[in-house]
Design a protein around this ligand. Structure first.
Ligand SMILES: Cc1ncc(COP(=O)(O)O)c(C=O)c1O
Length: 437
């Protein structure tokens, strides 16, 4: 591990710079006994000028165990793979592995190398990106022991067969396109073959693959469990028409987290829809059921603490934004739970009365704007900190270095998240009170 650079900031505190080059391995050991200090305690101590990612190892462990213990079926074998793209942070991956996740959905050569470097042969990877470079398929098959690939066209099938020298031990998973009408992020346009065009490709896959699968994605942050039932009904039709024996049904990701204005049903309802509709289909008992959650596993385990650098009316200028860890607050307009913290110089307490605020990020671009509304104390001011919750997913993985604002800190914390799909509101509030400054 490379040493952190330390720079004096005032008399008592230091700025800990974490550059892209030395992020690796710079994490304290996990302590799941909940003895880790809270966000407030640690931010008060650090008073950082950089954004700070707060990782909650105990929540990550809880979410992981929840999926492994509940995504189960009495008849069909099941598998939970973690979708690495949602958060490829090493501390996150190691915690997940320690909690029992050994299967990983990877989408790029960098993700493949990362998982291999961390877990070697103990991890199994599944290359579930429907369009891949032929060189990467070759590397994946011959050097990383990857046998499972998704695809949505005859061209991609030919590419995979060529790159693997017509391997006989392939698992090939046909990605079908299904409506994403109840999801915050629609993924239906870019990948997936239309069900009406899928029969001949599925038959071809069956004839060359050792394992023949169908996969789909209902869209990220899927708000209606019925979407999975509808998608499985589409799969049933394809199977009936093609008369192909299916070895794997992969229901993808899409499992939601909880955000202001987006409070989904519990994850059990999603599992119920999936397994109930599967029970009513006549898939062979040997057919395995897989899922590839990203967001639901990591979102609430991570939050981001930002500092207010300026205020104009109800717009706050922050030290992070849409080019950094808050991409989804800009373009798709996600609203996140937010909690203000005030330390030190400002002797006036934060108001209990809340007002709606929008955010500007630190870059020069006007697109770096987040309308929210984010509800915060009406007298929030320059120098205050804001913890923004549910940013364990699709935040650090999307950051850019635009305008040189990619530096950040990471800490591990023992308090519960600002909101939770796994714990009751009462449990979250109680824990927040216990951990407030
Ligand atoms: C192939 C695939 N699997 C799984 C996921 C994870 O989705 P989510 O984070 O919505 O669970 C994605 C997200 O884009 C994906 O493309």
């Amino acid at each position: 591990m490379e040493p952190e650079q330390e720079t004096d900031r005032g008399q008592n505190s230091k700025i800990y710079y974490l550059n892209n080059s030395n992020k690796k391995g710079n994490y304290p050991q996990h302590n799941l006994s909940n003895q880790l200090a809270s966000v407030c305690q640690q931010i008060k101590e650090l008073q950082p000028i950089l954004p700070v990612y707060c990782l909650r190892p105990h929540i990550l462990q809880h979410a992981t165990r929840f999926f492994l213990d509940n995504f189960l079926h009495h008849k069909h074998q099941t598998k939970v793979m973690y979708s690495v793209k949602s958060n490829p942070d090493e501390a996150v991956l190691k915690q997940m592995f320690a909690s029992g996740i050994v299967n990983f959905d990877v989408a790029s050569f960098v993700e493949i190398q990362l998982i291999h470097s961390l877990f070697g042969d103990k991890a199994k990877m599944f290359f579930m990106h429907p369009i891949k470079a032929k060189e990467v398929i070759k590397e994946a098959y011959f050097n990383y022991n990857i046998r499972h690939f998704s695809l949505d066209s005859f061209d991609e099938l030919e590419k995979i067969l060529l790159a693997t020298n017509n391997a006989k031990d392939l698992g090939l998973h046909l990605r079908i396109s299904i409506p994403n009408s109840h999801s915050a992020i629609d993924l239906s346009g870019k990948f997936g073959i239309l069900p009406s065009e899928s029969v001949s490709l599925l038959r071809k896959i069956r004839s060359v693959a050792e394992t023949c699968g169908i996969c789909f994605h209902v869209g990220s942050q899927c708000m209606d469990p019925l979407e999975y039932r509808n998608a499985i009904d589409v799969v049933k039709n394809i199977i009936n028409q093609s008369a192909v024996k299916l070895d794997v049904l992969d229901v993808g990701g899409g499992f939601p987290s909880i955000y202001p204005g987006m409070a989904p049903q519990g994850l059990q309802s999603y599992f119920h829809e999936i397994f109930d509709s599967i029970a009513k289909a006549n898939f062979a008992p040997s057919c395995q059921i897989w899922c590839e959650p990203g967001r639901a596993l990591v979102a609430e385990a991570g939050s981001l603490v930002v500092r207010v650098e300026g205020r104009k009316n109800n717009m706050l200028y922050l030290n992070d934004g849409t080019y950094g860890g808050l991409f989804d607050a800009g373009h798709p307009g996600f609203i996140y739970p937010a909690k203000a913290m005030r330390f030190g110089e400002n002797s006036v307490n934060l108001n209990s009365e809340l007002a709606p605020f929008g955010f500007y990020g630190p870059t020069c671009d006007s697109l770096d704007t987040m309308h929210g509304p984010f509800y915060l104390p009406s007298n929030i001011a320059t120098g205050d900190y804001i913890e923004i919750g549910q940013l364990g997913a699709y935040s650090c993985s999307i950051r850019t270095n635009f305008n040189g604002f990619n530096n950040y800190l990471q800490i591990q914390v023992g308090c519960n998240p600002l909101s939770s799909l796994y714990f009751s509101e009462k449990q979250v509030q109680l824990n927040q009170q216990n951990n407030s400054n």
